[in-house]
Design a protein around this ligand. Structure first.
Ligand SMILES: NC(=O)c1ccc[n+]([C@@H]2O[C@H](COP(=O)([O-])OP(=O)(O)OC[C@H]3O[C@@H](n4cnc5c(N)ncnc54)[C@H](OP(=O)(O)O)[C@@H]3O)[C@@H](O)[C@H]2O)c1
Length: 256
């Protein structure tokens, strides 16, 4: 019953985790605003959501366009009266050019989409949530944000920033009726991780991960990290001294 008639604003809805989450929420009667850049995919997904018992609207918008994100949220609110939940999920992995070539523009692109795109989504929903003293912000961050990972400088930085941003926001809204849930997944099979030749530790099937996302949101968890094996290792690694961390993490080969 949790999802029935909940109004959800979901960024990064056109593929992978976002697409699977949208369908799962639709099956339980949610009203979903689907946001991403690829309109055809969103249109198709909106149709599937409606066929599965949900209500869906779609917005072909780039998360880096703050005005367009705000306008999409406003359209959703105007039609359904409120937004109950934001799921800030849009993100890119980056192509590793940032560290290989010291390419600042490539770093900026990852940070703009992953971190500032999520900030744009928060800005589009939080003032109205605070007005009614109700709502939930959900960040799809990553275990990659715990410490710097090899060949992932921009991505790790964007996810560390995302985690810190949402945690800071939580401190500011905790007594104002708005919950903040930060989800930190490890590796999940989606278009973002496909095509990597190297083995990713504890790689999860997308369908196995979706109940974990839903559970974290339903229980309004402050943090949810999975799979548990990798989450435990990463939490432990947080307290490793630099010499030990650099020795272990520097040899990790999950990205070419
Ligand atoms: N897969 C993993 O192992 C994993 C692990 C931890 C965290 N995550 C995080 O989970 C989130 C979803 O990733 P995924 O694995 O599902 O990858 P994905 O299948 O590539 O999905 C990424 C989604 O983000 C959207 N997006 C990208 N740039 C955007 C932009 N500028 N404006 C609007 N939408 C944009 C994409 O849609 P368009 O291209 O149509 O815009 C797509 O819908 C990301 O934030 C990712 O960092 C993934």
């Amino acid at each position: 019953m949790f999802w029935k008639d909940k109004v959800v604003f979901l960024t990064g809805a056109s593929s992978g985790i976002g697409e699977a989450l949208a369908l799962a929420m639709a099956k339980q009667g949610a009203i979903i605003g689907l946001l991403a850049r690829r309109e055809e995919l969103l249109k198709e997904l909106a149709g599937k959501c409606e066929q599965n018992g949900g209500t869906a609207r779609f917005f072909a918008v780039d998360v880096t366009d703050a005005n367009a994100v705000a306008a999409a949220a406003e359209t959703l609110r105007n039609e359904f009266g409120k937004i109950d939940i934001l799921i800030a999920n849009a993100g890119i992995g980056g192509n590793n050019a940032e560290t290989r070539n010291f390419n600042a523009a490539a770093v900026a692109e990852v940070i703009n989409i992953n971190l500032l795109g999520a900030v744009n989504a928060v800005a589009a929903v939080l003032p109205q949530m605070l007005e009614v003293e109700s709502g939930q912000l959900v960040a799809v961050s990553s275990l990659a944000g715990f410490r710097g990972l090899p060949k992932s400088a921009a991505y790790s930085a964007s996810k560390a920033g995302m985690t810190a941003f949402f945690e800071s926001v939580r401190l500011d809204v905790q007594d104002k009726g708005v919950a903040v849930t930060i989800i930190q997944p490890g590796f999940i099979k989606t278009p973002l991780t496909s095509g990597r030749a190297n083995k990713m530790p504890f790689l999860m099937e997308l369908e196995d991960s979706i109940p974990l996302f839903l559970n974290a949101i339903e229980r309004r968890k402050k943090f949810a990290a999975f799979p548990w094996q990798l989450a435990t290792f990463v939490r432990l690694a947080r307290i490793f001294p630099a010499w030990l961390y650099d020795g272990i993490a520097g040899r990790a080969k999950f990205r070419e």
